[in-house]
Design a protein around this ligand. Structure first.
Ligand code: PMP
Length: 371
């Protein structure tokens, strides 16, 4: 038997065993077709069925309205959408977007927009600390912007918006754009509030290589810059047969599809949301109860249910020992992002509750042995 491992990677990351086993069982011969999904033409009826089923399961899982939105399986990750967004939305009369920067990823998004435009920052005084979000009264909101962009869950800093974003602060008619890469499919989305929602799949949904983008019909091809590169061009994809302008990441789409069906089977968003709460509370409660030893820097209201950064006595040396011993206990990938240091536990949908229990038990033991 393989050693029991709990993988706390921020992504790519843990996937459900059942999904991996199904992929394994179907690897050489997809459902009697005689070929592997990896060997199929993306124009074959088999692959089109796979992609259409994945989209259907996604729409059902996420309760996306039947009309009004296109679902795309893009390549290029969430990062490519950082670029695609200003290209697709700044070709009209409005020439800049506004960005709420609450961590490293929303900073990356505005950085891309700066290459071709002059975006404005909604919270220009964040100071780059990113352990809370300014009270919305302090947001500097532009009515003239072409769109309003934010990141729902900052993977590196562990800052997540509560369920209800203050939607009423978004100027009327201005499309709200959200990077949901690292908390996608972990709670319901109020679709009627959004123009674009996009997420790299390699956290809650599937393997790396595909970015799921949900784009409102009226934003496709209507405000596009003329110099939009082909692969950023949402209209080009919408108008292509089965929305595949070029070869998509076929195998990742297939595995994501298996996982979307699996997430529906186990109880959908109500189940996943409850589990996310239960798992993250277990870890936060423990950290807070041992605050002389472990600490999480994020304002309680904005603590992420998915990515939990923490320090061990704020001591680099002790953290190195912690990470090494955790690994020996089968608790892997707990190192914090290189830009912030410390430790981080990513506890995505596929992380079982027992994984978080094992982590908490190890943290207790480590604390007792290293006073
Ligand atoms: N946004 C967020 C919130 C992320 O966590 C990441 C990746 N960790 C990205 C964007 C970039 O995604 P990709 O690597 O798919 O381009």
């Amino acid at each position: 038997a393989t050693k029991k491992i709990f993988n706390f990677s921020a992504g790519p990351c843990v996937l459900p065993q059942e999904v991996l086993k199904q992929a394994q069982a179907e690897m050489l011969d997809w459902r009697g077709s005689g070929v592997s999904v990896m060997e199929m033409s993306h124009r074959s009826k088999e692959f089109i069925e796979i992609a259409e089923t994945a989209e259907r399961d996604f729409r059902e899982l996420m309760d996306l309205p039947k009309t009004g939105y296109q679902v795309f399986f893009f390549q290029g990750g969430a990062s490519m959408q950082f670029s695609a967004i200003p290209y697709n939305l700044l070709g009209g009369e409005k020439k800049f977007g506004q960005y709420l920067t609450t961590g490293a990823w929303s900073e990356s998004a505005i950085k891309e927009a700066k290459k071709i435009s002059s975006p404005v920052e909604i919270w220009p005084t964040s100071g780059g600390k990113f352990n809370t979000v300014a009270p919305s009264a302090d947001w500097q909101i532009s009515k003239e912007a072409a769109y309003f962009h934010y990141c729902d869950n900052e993977t590196i800093h562990g800052v997540e918006f509560p369920q209800e974003f203050p939607f009423d602060l978004v100027p009327e008619g201005q499309p709200l754009i959200c990077d949901m890469s690292s908390n996608f499919c972990s709670r319901p989305v109020s679709w009627d509030k959004y123009g674009v929602v996009y997420a790299g799949a390699q956290k809650n949904v599937g393997p790396a290589g595909v970015c799921i983008s949900v784009i409102r019909d009226d934003l496709i091809g209507t405000h596009m810059r003329k110099d939009t590169p082909l692969l950023f061009d949402w209209k080009q994809f919408r108008d292509a047969p089965t929305k595949m302008h070029n070869t998509p990441a076929c195998y990742p789409i297939y595995v994501a599809g298996l996982n979307l069906a699996y997430m529906k089977r186990i109880g959908g968003l109500p189940h996943l949301e409850a589990e996310a709460k239960r798992k993250s509370s277990l870890l936060y409660d423990f950290i807070d109860a041992s605050s002389e030893y472990y600490s999480n820097p994020v304002d309680v209201k904005y603590r992420s249910r998915m990515n939990i950064p923490f320090r061990v006595k704020k001591d680099d040396k002790l953290e190195a020992k912690f990470l090494k011993e955790a690994q020996e206990h089968g608790l892997i990938e707990l190192k914090g992002h290189r830009s912030v240091g410390g430790c981080r536990a990513s506890i995505y949908n596929a992380m079982p509750y027992e994984g978080v229990e094992a982590l908490v038990n190890f943290m207790k033991k480590f604390r007792d042995e290293n006073q």
